[in-house]
Design a protein around this ligand. Structure first.
Ligand code: SAM
Length: 294
């Protein structure tokens, strides 16, 4: 994909900044608060503060963007256990984004040491200190993830933060999510803001158990995914019924290289032929005129 569209900064409700991507036609974060989203939806949902009590921790930040999810994680680990040795890999398509975040001082709210790491990552693609080994891999995450799978990379925590499925279907396909799941440790946790039925189905088809998570600044819960379902809160009846409708037909991209239009059209065709119930009946029953993002 050719990235040439503008990136426009905009303040969010908690004083932090987000960007609007002309290429994807979407905001990078909830306008209710970009910092709040990084902390609540990713760090708190995966209980990172508890995991950071260990001597080492491995993190995968899918769609690094401005680096806010990475920053919230590093700030939390630094606060609760600065001796924890962290290995972190960030995946990002657009090299302009992390650099812009630094140049425009959009990272000013993070602790100084964390800001310094974000700057080094944006400038050089890696950080090496006695307690942090971080790499920012620039390129299509669909290719980057295959290299991580081959290297048998195993993350304790995965932050999964692409643009929404209608705007960026290529990163919500069964095949891509299967590759991501290969990089999740058997006891690891994956967090995403999305509750789309197509996303939840793809996570399940990758062998993961799913649960709702409290997502900051959004009307709907996000999704926590892990291999072991023990202790996970159940999905609401509404969410379970959503998974039995055509909204749950997942995106597919068996070559991990199709463009967004092809992936969207493929899903639409599969939905037309699907024996699943229509989603409009579900929406009428549960939402009384409201809508839930697919
Ligand atoms: C919602 S934003 C992520 C926000 C980010 N987590 C943050 O804290 O700033 C989605 C990001 O995905 C990136 N992206 C889009 N397509 C991608 C792809 N195929 N591979 C890797 N990154 C991609 C975009 O450039 C953008 O930075």
């Amino acid at each position: 994909m050719l990235l040439s569209g503008s990136l426009t900064p905009e303040p969010t409700a908690d004083g932090s900044f987000t960007l609007f991507s002309e290429d994807f036609g979407e905001w990078f974060h909830s306008r209710e608060g970009a910092y709040a989203e990084a902390y609540t939806t990713y760090v708190e949902a995966t209980d990172l503060a508890t995991l950071a009590q260990r001597s080492c921790l491995t993190l995968l930040d899918v769609c690094y963007g401005l680096g806010y999810n990475t920053a919230a994680a590093l700030a939390t680990i630094q606060r609760v256990n600065p001796q924890c040795r962290v290995q972190l890999v960030g995946l990002e398509l657009d090299p302009r984004v992390p650099k812009y975040a630094i140049a425009a001082n959009l990272t000013h709210g993070w602790p100084p040491a964390v800001q310094a790491h974000l700057k080094t990552l944006a400038d050089t693609g890696s950080v090496e200190t006695p307690y942090l080994s971080a790499t920012l891999r620039i390129g299509d995450a669909r290719q980057q993830i295959q290299a991580l799978v081959q290297a048998e990379f195993q993350a304790d925590v995965i932050f999964f933060d692409p643009f929404s499925p209608p705007h960026c279907p290529e990163l919500w396909t069964v095949e891509f999510i299967q590759q991501v799941a290969h990089c999740l440790h058997p006891q690891g946790k994956l967090a995403t803001y999305s509750c789309a039925a197509a996303v939840r189905t793809a996570l399940q088809q990758a062998g993961l158990a799913i649960a709702p998570l409290a997502a900051a600044g959004r009307r709907w819960p996000g999704t926590l995914a892990q291999f072991d379902s023990t202790g996970l809160p159940p999905l609401s009846l509404q969410a379970q019924e959503h998974l039995a409708t055509r909204a749950a037909v997942p995106y597919r991209d068996s070559s991990l290289s199709d463009d967004a239009d092809t992936i969207r059209q493929r899903r639409q065709q599969e939905q037309t032929q699907s024996a699943l119930a229509s989603t409009s009946g579900w929406r009428r029953r549960w939402l009384k005129g409201g809508g839930v993002g697919e």
